[in-house]
Design a protein around this ligand. Structure first.
Ligand SMILES: [Zn+2]
Length: 479
């Protein structure tokens, strides 16, 4: 019997507000432990939360971008559980009345686009962090993260393969970053994902028993964890065994998942409306205002790039994966209207140095106007594509204009016909054996001559002109 997987994802994204969800403490990552705390986020008795409106605005942005409906009234609820990183012994979350529901996004798969449903997007606060001392038998607690606003995005169980799950994650990640409401940093935990997975015989409707995979901190680990878990489920079910509903942890070192605890049910948390916080009312006017302020999202941008710039879908996908990169591309094209050449340069040279330096687009010393200038020099035949790469590296390191670098380093392309003619005739004179080969019909030896000319000109000879003069001189010899 054939089995298929059923996957649903829960994403937690930290919102980029400057203060926490229910107090005025800073949300800045990397501060000294417990520096960003106050009696409210430390859970002291007698304190009262004050809700951060910006967190609601950001949540509505995401909800609209994911085609969700916004509930006019929503409520905060207490999710009760005990853990040392949760000083109040409850987390403020939303339960029966989330701020938004019933959305969808389109993801790219190898079989084409697929629509994935979104059950709900709700707000909650983050918990603190336990730090375990490797050498001593003690653990510390850091409450800096306590109370940082989060949204939880719950998908429908619409995904069937780990690849689809990964594509869905990337889609949501890129929307969040485009909206500038989350920095998307998976290593620092500002974008995290849990997966619910089960298997069932192909063609059946009923779901199998699911397990939950916790906190996989990279796109790759999500795929690996799901692959492992799906295989584990399938093997058990095939042999007539039963899946235990539980929470499991993916171990990136072994590539396996291990049991963590039996899965809690919602009723274990004793959710109830938070009496310290009034229901939230969102009026239509504000929703419209937020909607009108939404930026162009990755999928729309990609379509527009294909249509307006005539670049291949692959290029458009790479360029629009990041909003900064897409904006950079558009600016270069503004100065130099050859979108395919611009796209090639950004996808190869520009992205290569970005990656090597772990640098960001906005920190790049090569400004769009300068890259455009460089590309124009190639088009005008002033420098070869190969030399341009050297010039580009220099621009990247110094921030100088290509003009200045080319002049100072004497890199202008040699397009002087008489100069090239004399170089070429000298090379033909110096290599009689190779010339004889050519005359004997071994025309591939032309490549050798071109190489010699490039070497003699230190890579500056205009390749088109070299080929032309070379074939003229060789055909004279064979006449
Ligand atoms: Zn605080």
């Amino acid at each position: 019997m054939e089995y298929e997987a059923v996957i649903g994802l829960e994403i937690h994204a930290q919102l980029l507000t400057s203060s926490k969800a229910f107090c005025s403490c800073s949300t800045k990552f990397g501060a000294q432990p417990n520096m960003n705390t106050c009696p409210i986020c430390q859970g002291m008795p007698g304190t009262l939360p004050v809700f951060n409106k910006r967190a609601l605005e950001y949540t509505i942005k995401m909800a609209l971008a994911c085609n969700c409906s916004i509930n006019g009234i929503s409520r905060f609820a207490r999710k009760n559980y005990y853990y040392p990183d949760l000083p109040k012994n409850y987390q403020i979350s939303q339960y029966e009345l989330p701020v938004s529901e019933h959305g969808w996004v389109i993801i790219e798969t190898e079989q084409g686009p697929r629509k994935i449903g979104i059950t709900r997007i709700h707000m909650e606060e983050d918990a603190g962090k336990l730090v375990h001392d490797e050498r001593n038998p003690v653990s510390y607690v850091d409450y800096n993260r306590t109370g940082v606003p989060l949204i939880e995005i719950v998908s429908e169980p619409d995904m069937r393969t780990p690849e689809e799950a990964s594509s869905y994650l990337k889609t949501l990640h890129s929307i969040l970053v485009y909206l500038r409401i989350c920095d998307g940093n998976m290593e620092e935990g500002s974008f995290r994902c849990d997966a619910n997975v089960s298997v069932r015989p192909v063609g059946t409707v009923e779901f199998g028993t699911k397990t939950e995979l916790k906190n996989m901190n990279s796109f790759k680990n999500v795929q690996k964890g799901l692959h492992y878990e799906i295989n584990r489920h399938t093997e058990i079910v095939r042999e007539g065994g039963r899946i235990i509903q539980e929470t499991r942890l993916f171990d990136p070192t072994s590539g396996a998942t291990v049991s963590m605890r039996s899965k809690e049910q919602a009723h274990d948390y004793r959710y109830f409306p938070d009496p310290d916080l009034l229901p939230l009312r969102v009026d239509e006017e504000w929703i419209t205002e937020i909607k009108n302020g939404l930026p162009e999202l990755p999928a729309e941008k990609k379509e527009r790039f294909i249509k307006d710039f005539g670049i291949p879908p692959y290029d458009a996908g790479v360029l629009t994966a990041s909003r900064e990169l897409a904006e950079y591309f558009e600016e270069v094209v503004n100065y130099f209207n050859n979108p395919k050449l611009v796209s090639n340069w950004i996808m190869t040279e520009f992205m290569r140095v970005l990656k090597a330096d772990e640098s960001s687009v906005k920190d790049s010393l090569v400004k769009p106007a300068q890259l455009a200038e460089l590309l124009r020099m190639i088009e005008d035949g002033k420098i070869s594509g190969k030399i341009a790469k050297t010039v580009f590296d220099e621009m990247w390191a110094t921030g100088f204009s290509p003009d200045k670098i080319v002049l100072e380093k004497g890199l202008l392309q040699v397009s002087d016909t008489s100069e090239l003619e004399s170089i070429i005739s000298k090379i033909l004179d110096d290599n009689p054996a190779e010339v004889k080969k050519y005359l004997d019909g071994k025309t591939q030896v032309v490549g050798f001559f071109v190489g010699q000319v490039m070497k003699a000109s230190k890579g500056k000879a205009n390749p088109g002109l070299v080929n032309k003069i070379l074939s003229e001189q060789l055909s004279k010899l064979s006449a």
